[in-house]
Design a protein around this ligand. Structure first.
Ligand code: ADP
Ligand code: GLC
Length: 487
């Protein structure tokens, strides 16, 4: 079986969040199980081309977006360990080569992201029809690639070329729909019918590519079983798409993400002060001491609970709930460290707390992968108060580092973190999304922390959990087969 896996981010070449993690790790695991996977992604200027042997191949094509003919080249990276896994980069200097992923250096979204990702979708189809490439499935991810299923069914030439190809659209974040102004409909290259009120691309007078992708894809999935149920049963969790999914008659399949233990394992982590494992968990404290030193936290925190957070600073992640709760949390005599990047108003609020609780509450803004690893290894508890969380990868990594998660019971958090009931469990969970409900498990976790014996058990339970990609990859293979044969 041959898969073309199209994604706007692919770790280690490009990454903003978990989508990059998935597009980096899942194809490797699929290839290990015998599937041939060609990942297709933009050749951004931010990719470190000195680090990876990425080579131009002699293939060029032209894509039409609106009235513009856009010339593209193609580069390829082939895994040295796994020849069934390769990554194709769409090369265009203006749209990709001279820029980063979604935002400019000041954190502002590029104002032509609509065009950039229409280009990705169309270019992916050109790459997928290179000689010898024709995939059985084009696996699309999120709104950036959601027009691919539309083109495959609406364009007669493409429809013919890909008559044996099916599409699967995975919803990593249904709230980001790629909404665009109706003034831009000429860019989309589909007949006017698609934009009529209630038609596939029309959404409250605007253009909604994700909606059209849901309607046209052969299969739809999301990244945890609980989130699949949430979006099929709730207007809020589905960000308005519930009825679109219902009327499409499709089931949303939920396959839990994995975590890449090559990247996230305390025994082999190249960024941390002292590697450790489940057998040598006492050594974790050296990482705590190093983190306190590096981040300027008070040395007394070494004997107190240290709570960490690594997150995009956006509403989804429960940052406003955290802000409401910090003063009450800090009465518990804890240390806290937040690494995040995102909305400036959240950064301002966090800075205020860092001034209010010097050397006990520290923040770092920006994208910092080595620090994310140090936080995993150095903290005792890991907070994820997400309002919604399709899967979440960080809590699964935290478990492996013996960094006990405290999470809101939603999506993939509900599927991976089991509340400690005094006997079993690997973390602390709160059900209602309120500051009162958040503070309770934090308090419970602090109490259990003080009782060293119970804490040791809960931490070991977490470290023993296995969320490797292999199981998820097997489920994707079943879904690919089902999509080819039945959908
Ligand atoms: P999401 O995709 O919604 O952001 P996930 O938990 O699935 O959430 O994935 C987030 C990924 O991004 C993790 O690998 C996490 O370590 C990483 N990450 C998030 N924020 C930062 C940051 N500021 N610096 C470094 N890595 C980050
Ligand atoms: C999205 C979700 C996150 C998920 C990730 C990868 O960014 O917010 O929960 O883990 O995609 O699927």
């Amino acid at each position: 079986m041959k898969i073309a896996f199209v994604s706007a981010e692919v770790y280690p070449f490009s990454k903003v969040g978990g989508l990059g993690d998935v597009a980096g790790a899942l194809p490797v695991e699929l290839a290990n199980l015998g599937i041939s996977v060609n990942v297709i992604t933009p050749g951004y200027g931010s990719i470190n081309r000195k680090r990876f042997p990425i080579q131009r191949i002699p293939y060029r094509f032209t894509v039409k977006i609106g009235g513009e003919m856009i010339e593209c080249g193609v580069s390829r990276w082939v895994s040295a360990e796994q020849p069934k896994h390769c990554v194709y980069f769409v090369e265009n200097e203006f749209y990709f080569g001279a820029r980063g992923i979604y935002n400019d250096a000041n954190g502002r979204a590029y104002d032509d992201n609509n065009k950039r990702f229409l280009l990705l979708g169309k270019a992916a189809l050109e790459i997928a029809r290179m000689p010898g490439e024709r995939p059985d499935i084009i696996h699309c991810n999120d709104n950036h690639t959601a027009m691919i299923p539309v083109y495959l069914k609406a364009d007669p030439a493409l429809h013919h070329d890909f008559k044996n190809t099916k599409t699967l659209l995975t919803l990593h974040n249904i709230a980001y729909q790629g909404i665009d102004s109706m003034d831009h409909k000429d860019l989309y290259g589909v007949p006017d019918d698609f934009f009529r009120p209630m038609a596939a691309l029309e959404w409250w007078g605007q253009i909604n590519p994700l909606k059209a992708g849901i309607i046209f894809a052969d299969g739809i999935s999301t990244v945890s079983p609980t989130h699949a149920r949430e979006i099929m049963n709730s207007e809020v969790f589905s960000a308005g798409m519930q009825n679109i999914i219902r009327s499409s008659g499709k089931t949303v399949y939920g396959i839990l993400n994995g975590v890449d233990y090559q990247e996230w394992h305390p025994a082999t982590d190249r960024y941390i002060a002292k590697p450790y494992s489940i057998e040598t968990v006492e050594e974790k404290k050296y990482n705590k001491i190093a983190l306190l030193n590096d981040m300027g936290l008070d040395q007394s925190v070494v004997n107190k609970p240290l709570i960490g957070m690594v997150s995009r600073l956006v509403e989804q992640k429960g940052i406003s709930l955290l802000i409401e709760s910090i003063d009450r949390m800090m009465t518990l005599d804890i240390g806290m460290i937040v690494l995040g990047s995102g909305e400036p108003e959240y950064e301002r609020a966090m800075r205020k707390f860092a001034r209010r609780y010097p050397r006990r509450f520290v923040v770092d803004f920006g994208y910092n992968n080595p620090l994310a690893h140090k936080i995993m290894a150095g903290c005792d508890m890991f907070l994820m108060p997400s309002r919604y969380e399709p899967c979440g990868i960080t809590q699964m990594a935290a478990l492996k580092y013996g960094n006990v998660p405290i999470v809101h019971k939603t999506g993939g958090l509900a599927d991976t973190v089991i509340h400690w009931d005094g006997q079993s469990g690997n973390g602390f969970v709160f059900e209602n999304y309120s500051s009162d409900d958040l503070i309770k498990p934090v308090r419970d976790a602090v109490t259990v922390f003080m009782n060293g014996k119970e804490w040791r058990r809960i931490r070991l339970n977490g470290m023993a959990t296995d969320f490797s990609w292999k199981r998820s990859a097997q489920q994707y293979i079943e879904l690919y087969e089902y999509t080819c044969q039945v959908l």
